[in-house]
Write a protein that binds this ligand. Structure first.
Ligand code: ARG
Length: 564
């Protein structure tokens, strides 16, 4: 039951104000003595021409509600005290009935959403920034499809661009070690790419060679295409290992090169709409009146740009998927680029430009090293994941040496911890990654939440079968009620997360839920109650809490473990 909405409906019977305005005024009082919801009457006093406290007193006598223990006034406030018994029963029965789909408001039916995420660069390492894009995108995808949206997951691989000219040049100079290129292609490609940059400083003519090869590649020359395909396939094989580990999937891998044959059409359309201007020998869409640099469509040498490809991609996505929203999960270094793209689309008359959204995120700082591919100063993702899993395994070996499937559990906890850490902060804040903190079992971490879940599951295993009908009036403790309130709030947090494209809202909710669970858990020696009715009611509450933690972690792309 949506209490806020219900209260608003009841108030509306007596006041002339629209429902959503009333609903927005309803507050959650800071302490339980003031009820569960409060409606301030100040806003009404002008229209009704009465003092707010008089209005409150008047409404109190008029409003008739179900599901509330009492309504009281405190000065100008109308305070609603919900009937805790009905509330607890309704919430827990709803969770148990809906199970894995509890929390969905099903707002997305019949609407398509494109979510582009991960999008690493071929022949370059998948780094911690890409992992951020991957975890945010995957979580948004999970939440949107949980709400019933029909989602298309796109991995927009950066598999085109001048860096391929450089790689081909480096390869043709014989710098690559063939056996290494087989065994660890990305490392080897990175090595020759870095070497190219170093050497090109001494030999500027190398840059010319790189440009030449890039042009040949764009023209579809067999030899260049063959090398490019080899670099691409071997990179993808490595990326897929990471995706398998993270349990992340895509519906399409259409990246930069996919749009090669769709660029002319978009360039022509821009020209036809008289938007294409000469700018220092290049061709561009001028965006001065929007306070932006020109959006370059063709460079001085006639080559298309990153922006041209993104324009073609957006047009293609609209045509192919008829999206309601087109989401790009990409770091904040590209804020200007996407503003230019969306503005250009608008100038082209695409009213759907407003449905294109850049979900950006701040840079990832690994302790204090900023990550850069060019200098070869990179933290490899595999190393990070391996270390997280290894350290978790050490803790398990120390604390529960007899646990079954220790390696599998460590993998789920270690990787879950990394994902959780990415998602727990506001995506626009810098995140500093301190592995020790990330893996801790008693901070605001993935392992803490997973441990809370496993604790609950262990109670349920010991309890065996629980009767369907239990007496919820037995749950009278504040901690119990607070926990149920948290469980009931899940839906709102998901909707909020989606509205702001901010998975941290659900992540922080799960942390608070786990905290509420642990407060409740510490209250009772759960299974030792000799009062069987109380025990059954408690167990139902544990069951409800476990279900919501599970559903929540699932929305983040974090696995649960039944035992740890
Ligand atoms: N490959 C880029 C990177 O590593 C992100 C892809 C951007 N996507 C796009 N449609 N422009 O930062």
């Amino acid at each position: 039951m949506d209490y806020q909405r219900y209260i608003a409906e009841k108030i509306k019977e007596f006041v002339d104000m629209n429902l959503s305005d009333i609903e927005r005024l309803i507050e959650i009082p800071p302490n339980a003595d003031m009820g569960d919801y409060a409606f301030p009457c100040f806003k009404l006093s002008k229209a009704i021409k009465k003092a707010p406290n008089m209005i409150a007193a008047d409404l109190k006598t008029k409003i008739k509600t179900n599901g509330f223990e009492k309504i009281e006034t405190i000065g100008p406030y109308l305070n609603f005290f919900i009937d805790k018994y009905i509330f607890v029963k309704t919430v827990l029965n709803e969770i148990l009935a809906e199970g894995d789909s509890y929390g969905s408001s099903k707002i997305g039916a019949g609407k398509n959403i494109v979510v582009q995420y991960s999008s690493p660069n071929i022949a370059r390492p998948f780094h911690v920034g890409h992992l951020f894009a991957t975890t945010i995108g995957n979580s948004l995808y999970k939440m949107l499809s949980f709400e019933g949206y029909n989602c298309v997951r796109i991995n927009h691989l950066e598999d085109s661009g001048t860096q391929f000219g450089k790689l081909i040049a480096a390869y043709k100079m014989g710098w690559a070690d063939e056996s290494k290129l087989e065994k660890e292609p990305i490392n080897e490609l990175l090595r020759i790419y870095v070497k190219f940059h170093e050497e090109a400083e001494k030999h500027p003519e190398y840059e010319d060679a790189a440009r030449k090869y890039f042009k040949l590649l764009e023209n579809g020359e067999e030899e260049e295409i063959k090398l490019w395909t080899r670099f691409k396939d071997s990179s993808l094989k490595e990326f897929n290992k990471i995706y398998t580990r993270l349990k992340v999937e895509f519906d399409s891998y259409a990246g930069e090169s996919f749009y090669s044959d769709k660029l002319d059409a978009v360039v022509n359309e821009i020209a036809e709409k008289s938007l294409l201007t000469e700018s220092n020998g290049a061709k561009a869409v001028m965006l001065k009146e929007y306070n932006m640099a020109p959006c370059i469509i063709k460079k001085t040498d006639g080559a298309t740009t990153y922006a041209t490809r993104d324009l073609a991609a957006a047009v293609y996505r609209k045509k192919t998927y008829d999206f309601y929203k087109n989401i790009y999960v990409i770091g904040s270094t590209q804020v200007l680029h996407f503003k230019q793209i969306f503005t250009t689309l608008k100038l082209m008359g695409k009213d759907w430009a407003e449905d294109c959204i850049h979900v950006d995120f701040g840079p990832v700082k690994f302790t204090d090293k900023k990550l850069s591919t060019r200098k070869g100063d990179v933290i490899f993702l595999d190393d990070l994941l391996n270390e997280a899993v290894q350290k978790t395994l050490e803790v398990i070996n120390d604390k529960s040496p007899d646990l079954e499937n220790k390696e599998t559990v460590a993998e789920k906890i270690g990787i879950g911890a990394v994902i959780f850490n990415y998602l727990k902060n506001n995506r626009e804040d810098d995140i500093v990654f301190d592995l020790k903190e990330v893996l801790s079992f008693d901070g605001e971490t993935g392992p803490y939440v997973q441990y809370t879940y496993a604790r609950g599951k262990s109670v349920l295993r010991k309890a065996g079968n629980i009767p369907q009908n239990v007496d919820f009036t037995r749950l009278t403790e504040v901690e119990e009620f607070e926990l149920v309130k948290q469980l009931a709030a899940f839906k709102e947090y998901i909707l909020n997360s989606i509205e702001k494209y901010e998975p941290s809202i659900v992540t922080r909710y799960i942390i608070d839920l786990a905290k509420a669970f642990n407060k409740f858990y510490n209250l009772h020696s759960v299974l030792n109650a000799d009062d069987i009715d109380l025990k059954n009611a408690i167990i139902r509450l544990v069951e409800g809490a476990c279900q919501v933690i599970k559903n929540g972690l699932n929305l983040l792309g974090v696995d649960i473990v039944e035992k740890m």
